[in-house]
Write a protein that binds this ligand. Structure first.
Ligand code: URA
Length: 426
């Protein structure tokens, strides 16, 4: 086989065989295929797409590039959840403990934030002492004890995805539905849980900006998971405004704890309960209604919070944050943005809110940038809210940046207002 023939086939939309895809993935992972040839092939995929069979073969080849976990030692049905990424998405910190409290095992590997989207590992590292890099035996042991653990993706899982994703990031080839599907599903299949719930985010803060694209990605990922023998379901959820009020690592842990304490309801609670119910239903725990009632009871009874507390303790973290969130790292500086007059919130550009948060230090523009775990934004308003002149719209926090001017302009401009008397501005 040779790489030029493979590039030419995809360029002409001629499907590749399973053997060709397997040769391509292992050749690139072993550095026998250079970056420039792989980049050309990735661009051809972006322009022409892949068939479902090619996507399944690419996913399997990427999965097989590293270890595949054997989770049988956990001794319970296992379920994994994946979100395609958004702003303020801390649902894993709520759904994992809630699902575990209902009797299933949730062994989870997560990533770090990049660009405007956050990552669960950064959020967890804001808990003092919390360890996210554990050996498999310790990870599995915690899941056996509490039902729930989250660690960072190990380098032995899907090395092909790590290399391909890094190249996609610098060659304008991230936004391809088959490439996104293969990247996500290869990691899910290597983790190897019995059930996989996929939360495809759709809207201004998501990779998928339109319902049509989100549906295509959801269908393709669900099909790919089922073809690999998993119980797999994809749901589409809204990312046209941040999920919950808090954006930023410690701020998001605080909000997740408040949900598990039963102190807070709203869209974040509703979506978290819906996701938990879907995982339980996939795992055969009952009907949709029964599973929703079980999920809600796990929160209202405090049993989900207890699971989070035990998991934090076993992973070396300060579990007192489950009672007192002021023990999370606190920002040195803050800046409030207030309404210029009586207004109604007409729109929120969620990606821009994520970018403002990144400017404050909460995220990273490139992979190895440090993050300020205290930084972020608390939204004091929601889409459709009527806000009086001078009332707060949002509060910005940071410990590394005391000059809020650039982030404040970006965050303010992310809101679209309607004057209470009718004029649309900003
Ligand atoms: N997340 C991933 O893991 N891969 C992609 O390609 C996009 C989002």
């Amino acid at each position: 086989m040779n790489m030029i023939d493979i590039i030419n086939k995809t360029k002409r939309a001629v499907p590749l065989t399973e053997q060709e895809i397997s040769w391509l993935v292992s050749g690139f992972t072993n550095s026998n295929i250079p970056d420039h040839q792989m980049s050309a092939w990735l661009m051809a995929v972006c322009l022409n797409g892949l068939t479902n069979e090619e996507t399944a073969a690419l996913t399997a080849a990427m999965r097989d590039s590293g270890n595949i976990l054997d989770l049988k030692c956990i001794g319970n049905i296992t379920a994994d959840k994946h979100s395609t990424g958004g702003v303020g998405d801390k649902t894993s910190l709520i759904v994992g403990p809630a699902a575990a409290a209902c009797g299933i095992a949730v062994p989870k590997m997560s990533g770090r934030g990049l660009g405007h989207t956050g990552g669960t590992i950064d959020k967890l590292e804001s808990i003092p002492g919390f360890r996210t890099e554990l050996e498999f035996s310790e990870f599995a042991g915690i899941v056996q004890k509490t039902g729930f653990s989250i660690i960072s993706q190990t380098s032995s899982l899907c090395p092909a995805d790590k290399k391909i994703y890094a190249l996609r990031n610098v060659t304008g080839t991230v936004d391809s539905i088959p490439l996104i599907c293969a990247s996500i599903m290869s990691k899910k299949l290597a983790l190897n849980a019995d059930c996989i719930l996929l939360d495809v985010k759709c809207g201004s803060g998501a990779f998928m900006k339109t319902r049509q694209d989100a549906q295509k990605l959801a269908d393709l990922m669900e099909k790919t998971g089922k073809a690999a023998g998993k119980k797999c379901r994809a749901v589409i959820t809204d990312m046209n405004s941040p999920l919950g009020n808090n954006i930023g690592n410690a701020l998001e842990v605080k909000e997740a704890v408040e949900i598990l304490q039963g102190k807070k309801k709203g869209k974040l609670y509703d979506i978290s309960m819906m996701l938990t119910a879907n995982m339980l239903e996939l795992a055969g725990k009952g009907s949709c209604e029964e599973c929703l009632a079980m999920a809600e009871n796990a929160v209202s009874s405090g049993s989900a919070l207890e699971i989070l507390r035990k998991t934090i303790e076993l992973q070396g973290g300060d579990c007192r944050i489950c009672d007192d969130t002021s023990l999370l790292p606190q920002p040195r500086f803050s800046h409030e943005i207030r309404a210029p007059r009586d207004v109604e919130i007409r729109s929120v550009n969620c990606e821009e809110i994520g970018m403002a948060s990144l400017l404050l230090g909460a995220g990273r523009a490139s992979k190895n940038d440090p993050v300020d775990l205290t930084a972020g934004i608390v939204m004091e308003c929601e889409l459709g809210d009527k806000i009086s002149m001078d009332a707060p719209l949002m509060t910005l926090y940071s410990s590394v940046c005391s000059d809020f001017s650039e982030a404040a302009v970006r965050a303010y401009n992310a809101l679209g207002f309607r004057d209470i008397c009718g004029t649309v501005f900003n």
